[in-house]
Design a protein around this ligand. Structure first.
Ligand SMILES: [Zn+2]
Length: 427
C-alpha cells in the first residue's frame, strides 16, 4: 500500500491532462493514476478544477509595496513623480515597517498562489535600510515564498554619487541579481556606460542581470541594444532580462527588425509589466495616445522569452493591485491583443512556466521529483482562469497547504432559473 502525505485528485493540468498528484514531504512523487488503495494524510479533491504550478512574478518592488498614500499620492501619475515620491518616502521608512509591509504582501501572494517573486530593492540609500529589510524578509518567508532580490540603483548607478558603492555593498550582503536603470542616467552615454559596468560586475560574480530598460516613450531610448551587446561581450547569454522595454512601442520598424534578432542572439528575456506600463506610459501624449506596452507577440515570434511582471501593488507608481498574476496576464493579453486561444494559453504560461524559467527556479513544475508547490483554481482550464481570475481553492507550497479560499458561486433567486451560478465557460 502506497502512503503519501498529501494527494490532489482528479485535477486538470494546464496541458489538459487529468491526473492525480501524490506528495511526500516537500516533493511530488507521482503524477497520474495513483496505485489502488493509495492513502494520504490529507486529500484535496480537485475534480473538474485546474491544477497549475504556482504563479511566479519576475518583476516587483517589495520595498515600496503597500505604501500607497505615504507620504502623499502621485498626483501626475507619471513614472518620474513616482520616483520623486519614493525618494521622499525612503527618507522616513524604517526596516521594521518595510518588513511588515512585505510580510503582509506575502500573505496576499500566498493566498493567490504566487509563490516566487523577483523583487528589485533600491540601493540608493547610504544606510541600505531597504536591503536590510528585504534580506530579513527573504529569510522570514522562505518556507513558503521564494524571494529573489535585485540590487536596483533607483536614482541611477552613475547619476547618484554613492549608488555604485552601495549597489556593490548590497551584492556583498547577499542580494543575488544585478539591476540598473540606464534611461534614468543623465545622458545616453552614461546609460550605456552603466550597462557596461553592471554587466562586467555580473560576469565577475557569476550573477544574473535584470535591468529597468527603456521605460520611456522616447523611441530613441535604445539601451536594450547596448544591453544585448554587453551581454554577448561578457558571455551572459541566458542570464539577462530587460524589464519594461516600453520605448520599443514607438521605435522605427526597420530598426526593430534589426534589434529583435540581436536580443534573441543575446538570449535576453523580456519582462513587460502591463498594469504599470498602460498606466504610466503615454502621459505626455494627447491624441492619438500610445499604448504603453512593448512588442510582445513580435518578440515571441523572434524567439525571445517574454514573461509578464506585476511591478507594483499600492505604491508610489500604482494605486491598485492584488498580488494576482492573472490580473497581470489579463491586462497584458488585452493591451498586446493576444486574443487567439493559443495566445491566451501562452499568457497563462507566461505567468507560470516562463517566469519560472526567467528566475531560474529549481524544481519548478508538476512532475515526479519536482518541488510540491501547486495551486488549485476554480476554473476548468488556463483560458477560463484568465477570464474568471477565480478563487484559489487551495495553495500548496513545498508540501504544505498554506491557503484555501471558498468557491465564488452565487446563489440566484430567479423563478425558472438554477439556484446557483458558477460562470464557467460552456465550452
Ligand atoms: Zn520596476
Amino acid at each position: 500500500m502506497a502512503e503519501f502525505d498529501l494527494i490532489v485528485t482528479g485535477g486538470t493540468l494546464p496541458d489538459g491532462r487529468v491526473a492525480d498528484i501524490a506528495i511526500r514531504g516537500d516533493r511530488i512523487v507521482a503524477v497520474g493514476a495513483l496505485p489502488e488503495g493509495a492513502i494520504a494524510g490529507e486529500v484535496i479533491d480537485a475534480t473538474g478544477d485546474l491544477v497549475s504550478p504556482p504563479f511566479v512574478d519576475p518583476h516587483f518592488h517589495m520595498d515600496a509595496t503597500l505604501s500607497y498614500g505615504l507620504p502623499r499620492v502621485n498626483a501626475s501619475g507619471t513614472l518620474l513623480e513616482g520616483i520623486a515620491l519614493w525618494g521622499e518616502l525612503k527618507r522616513i521608512v524604517t526596516v521594521e515597517e518595510m518588513v511588515e509591509r512585505g510580510l503582509q504582501y506575502c500573505d496576499w501572494a500566498a493566498s493567490m498562489g504566487l509563490l516566487a517573486i523577483r523583487s528589485h530593492v533600491d540601493t540608493c540609500d547610504d544606510r541600505l535600510l531597504g536591503v536590510q529589510a528585504m534580506l530579513e524578509l527573504r529569510e522570514k518567508v522562505k518556507g513558503y515564498i521564494d524571494l529573489q532580490l535585485v540590487a536596483f540603483p533607483q536614482d541611477g548607478f552613475l547619476r547618484d554619487p554613492t549608488a555604485r558603492a552601495n549597489t556593490i555593498r548590497a551584492l556583498d550582503m547577499g542580494v543575488e541579481v544585478v539591476g540598473g536603470i540606464p534611461h534614468f542616467e543623465r545622458t545616453m552615454a552614461d546609460g550605456a556606460a552603466s550597462l557596461a559596468e553592471l554587466c562586467r560586475i555580473a560576469a565577475e560574480r557569476g550573477l544574473m542581470v535584470d535591468i529597468h530598460c527603456d521605460e520611456t516613450d522616447d523611441p530613441m531610448s535604445r539601451h536594450i541594444e547596448t544591453l544585448a551587446d554587453e551581454t554577448i561581450r561578457h558571455g551572459l547569454q541566458g542570464r539577462v532580462a530587460g524589464s519594461h522595454l516600453t520605448s520599443m512601442h514607438s521605435m522605427d520598424n526597420y530598426y526593430v527588425s534589426k534589434l529583435l534578432p540581436l536580443i534573441a542572439e543575446a538570449g535576453i528575456s523580456a519582462i513587460p509589466n502591463p498594469l504599470i506600463n498602460i498606466m504610466l506610459q503615454g502621459r505626455h501624449d494627447s491624441f492619438p495616445k500610445r499604448r504603453g506596452l512593448t512588442r510582445v507577440r513580435e518578440m515571441q515570434a523572434a524567439g525571445i522569452r517574454v514573461g509578464w511582471g506585476q511591478d507594483c501593488v499600492l505604491d508610489p507608481w500604482y494605486s491598485l493591485g492584488t498580488a494576482d498574476m492573472l490580473d497581470v496576464a489579463f491586462m497584458g493579453l488585452h493591451v498586446a491583443q493576444m486574443s487567439h486561444p493559443a495566445e491566451m494559453a501562452r499568457c497563462f504560461e507566461m505567468v507560470t512556466e516562463t517566469n519560472a524559467a526567467i528566475l531560474g527556479l529549481d524544481g519548478y513544475g508538476i512532475a515526479a521529483g519536482k518541488t510540491a508547490s501547486l495551486v488549485v483554481l476554480d476554473a476548468k482550464d488556463p483560458v477560463d482562469a484568465l477570464r474568471l481570475r477565480p478563487a484559489r481553492l487551495a495553495v500548496v507550497s513545498k508540501g504544505r497547504v498554506i491557503a484555501r479560499s471558498p468557491r465564488a458561486d452565487a446563489t440566484l433567486a430567479i423563478p425558472g432559473r438554477p439556484g446557483t451560478v458558477r460562470r464557467r465557460s460552456p465550452r
